[in-house]
Design a protein around this ligand. Sequence first.
Ligand code: NAP
Length: 237
Amino acid sequence: MTADHLSQDSVAVVTGGNRGIGLEVARQLADRGLDVVLGSRDLERGRRAAARLASLAGRVLPCQLDVADPASVAAAAGWISDALGRADILVNNAAIEYDTDQQAATADLGRVQQALQTNLLGAWQTTQALLPLLRQSPHPRIVNVSSEGGSISEMTGGTPAYSVSKAALNALTRLLAGELGSAGFLVNAVCPGWTDTDMGPGGRPVEQGAASVTWAALLPDDGPTGGFYRDGRSLPW
Ligand code: NAP
């Protein structure tokens, strides 16, 4: 069963969908009857992940998508357009470099650059590539999977590559929400909370972390935009 405002042929695109929170978000959306494009930078890993979700109400379609590679992003957007002809929800989930071993004062700027390439520019170029399809959706949603680590008001030092990339992703969220609001978009940043994945071992169950994200993907038309949330509650910027 989809959310009330969505139809059975609605399409969600999830980046980094082959494991962790992205995989569970794909499962939760397909369980509600949406068709889900499961983006994976390694197509074979994406195929194996999609096969695990084969019995749900909606289809789960693996797609090669390396968000740090402009050619891959363009090819994925082209494939989605040709094969499905629509995109209603984009979940920018893919991320790297939770650099607990670094401090801003001494950080390896090459690692900072790589984090920005994936966590900020990857989400940005994927959004740009899918905007023509999203603009045709009656209920377009963009969810930028962020982290409380990107909350500038809460920063006290540490994880510099990751934290700066997520703060920048939050800024992008505000800009897109402002620019696309008149076109009916809801654009939000979401923190899944400390969640038990390869990035957050020992955290809360992945179903809970992913539900925090899925909430923003399924917001009704009168839902919020330009916000930063965990479990549906506002977080400080
Ligand atoms: P994860 O288990 O490390 O999974 C990361 C996913 O991103 C993998 O599917 C990975 O693909 C993919 N990815 C990395 N670089 C990519 C690229 N260039 N193109 C496409 N996919 C790429 O992390 P997670 O815990 O599920 O995190 C998901 C999101 O939640 C991230 O945005 C993260 O910052 C955020 N978050 C997580 C926690 C937590 O406690 N887990 C807390 C706050 C925020 P490969 O398999 O190919 O590497």
